[in-house]
Design a protein around this ligand. Structure first.
Ligand code: GLC
Length: 513
């Protein structure tokens, strides 16, 4: 594999709870992942990003970490994690671990010490404030208040749930601890780090209210860049390690500040993820992305789904195809056939653009959002605060068989799987050339031959078409009607059958020129 592998890698997100269960308790684990590594090898991905697998009370599905140097028993052991890293490397697959620096679990020894004794040095690792009333009216990232009162009028800050107290990144011990955690995982062979909530680490100590037009008190404060510069120096001490930021930021210039040459290697393109299925908006988004990343010399990324957002088969099957947490579309009508058709085209779109592409587990199977989870089974803490649950995209993978749990587990899966997924299992799709899985396998295989250079081809406003080098083109028809194709030698791949010589609506093709 090439150096600077993150520049064009296909990176597959494993959500450990829901990938495969090895011990029958209904929750996915490392044993399950090791047993199913062949699926990822056959798919042809370059790297796996593992959502958190550390010891955690699971107040936020593991994003509330109580020990960054071990594995939660529900997922296995540190020895198993090390074995997985070795086996993945043997299969030519790199491993990216998820580090959550903004907050830790309220069960972490630091927070327990801080709570037990107001004089403890650990108090300063967090944002404790004495105040009669709530220190600010900040709204947390899941909605709801951002402060919890402990006793005698003392409060602590948590931008997420009360079980996730925010760390004070002004404190040198906090910085030193995370630098040591980075080394811990790099020393164990991790090839990259995904950085959770990367833009939230610093807070304005004066604790001003959020006022439109004023600097934000906790989003994207400049001091955060100094942390990532120090992390970059650590990554550079090791060979070929990548830092990948979860940076939600509407301002593209502020976003790419995180990707300057001495900071992170890459960041998720949420601008693209939230973009409507619309020719003008998509083209603008691609242009914006390419220009901004070129400016700092960082690779663009293309992301359609992850464990926090509505699966794109569902999104693209709605009248409103955008995504944002503010605009809750849960339960609005979905045309799954249309969504699937567009998702197939989107796969060829993202895998043919320059940069690296992310695949969220199950998207290669064309899974849709399970919007029918009974309320009393919903576990996502966002649900109580915002009325939206992320559990619908976290439903366990269907591997084989005709009915749930589709060989995900020998027990009862932690979230219910739809009965309609029997034709979406890996087994059902393998060898079926019309299946989503075979489309992804072919596209990832062919992608390795795609040249670097990118240029738009003019096929009218409603068609996105571009070349990569002299002998490859991708054409995506976002108009409502069939369109003609540019001259070509052969069709390498099509997301839906062609209509004679015409490219039907919501269809993408890869052409050999
Ligand atoms: C990130 C994670 C999300 C988590 C939150 C708090 O956004 O992707 O799943 O709930 O951070 O850690």
């Amino acid at each position: 594999m090439t150096m600077q592998w993150w520049r064009d890698a296909v990176i597959y997100q494993v959500y450990p709870r829901s990938f495969a269960d090895g011990d029958g308790d209904g929750v996915g684990d490392i044993a399950g992942i090791r047993a199913r590594l062949g699926h990822l090898r056959d798919l042809g991905v370059d790297a796996i990003w593992m959502s958190p697998w550390y010891p955690s009370p699971m107040a936020d599905a593991g994003y509330d970490v109580s020990d960054f140097r071990d594995i939660d028993p529900v997922f296995g052991s540190l020895a198993e994690a090390e074995a997985l890293i070795t086996e993945a490397h043997e299969a030519g697959i790199r491993i990216i671990v998820d580090i959550v620096p903004n907050h830790i679990s309220s069960e972490h020894p630091w927070f327990k010490a801080a709570l037990a004794d107001p004089e403890a040095k650990e108090r300063d690792y967090f944002w404790f404030r004495k105040s009669q009333n709530m220190p600010t009216n900040w709204v947390g990232e899941f909605g709801g208040t951002a402060w919890t009162r402990v006793d005698d009028d003392t409060w602590y800050l948590h931008l997420f749930t009360p079980e996730q107290p925010d760390l004070n990144w002004e404190h040198p011990d906090v910085r030193a601890e995370f630098e040591s955690i980075l080394r811990f995982w790099f020393d164990r062979g991790a090839d990259g780090i995904r950085i959770d909530s990367a833009a939230l680490l610093f807070k304005d100590p004066a604790l001003p209210e959020v006022v439109e037009g004023q600097p934000h008190p906790f989003h994207d404060l400049d001091a955060v860049h100094d942390v990532y510069r120090s992390w970059r120096r650590i990554a550079d001490e090791y060979a070929d390690r990548a830092l990948i930021g979860e940076v939600w930021m509407p301002d593209v210039e502020r976003f790419t500040n995180y990707l300057r040459p001495d900071e992170l290697h890459a960041a998720f393109n949420f601008d693209f993820l939230g973009c409507a299925w619309d020719p003008r908006l998509m083209r603008d988004c691609v242009d914006r992305t390419l220009a901004a990343h070129a400016h700092v010399g960082a690779p663009p990324t293309w992301v359609l789904s992850n464990h926090d957002v509505t699966r794109h088969v569902t999104r693209y099957g709605r009248a409103d195809t955008t995504f944002s947490f503010e605009n809750n579309l849960d339960g609005t009508p979905v045309d799954l056939e249309l969504g699937t058709r567009r998702a197939r085209a989107a796969a060829l779109l993202t895998l043919a653009l320059p940069g690296s592409a992310y695949i969220y587990q199950g998207e290669e199977l064309g899974l849709w959002e399970n919007e029918a989870i009974p309320h009393d089974q919903i576990q996502d803490p966002m649900y109580a605060r915002r009325g939206h649950t992320r559990d619908g995209c976290r439903v366990p993978m269907p591997w084989s068989g005709d009915e749930p749990p589709y060989d995900f587990t020998t027990g009862a899966p932690w979230l219910p799987q739809p009965a309609e997924w029997k034709d979406r299992t890996v087994q059902a799709q393998t060898g079926d050339s019309r299946s989503m899985l075979e489309l992804y396998r072919s596209a990832i295989r062919l992608r390795t031959f795609i040249a670097h250079d990118f240029a738009w081809l003019d096929r009218g406003e409603d068609v996105l078409a571009w070349t990569r080098g002299t002998d490859f083109a991708c054409v995506l028809n976002l108009s409502g009607a069939p369109v003609s194709l540019p001259a070509h030698r052969s069709i390498l791949l099509a997301s839906s059958p062609l209509d004679g010589d015409l490219l039907p609506r919501d269809t993408a093709v890869w052409l050999r020129l």
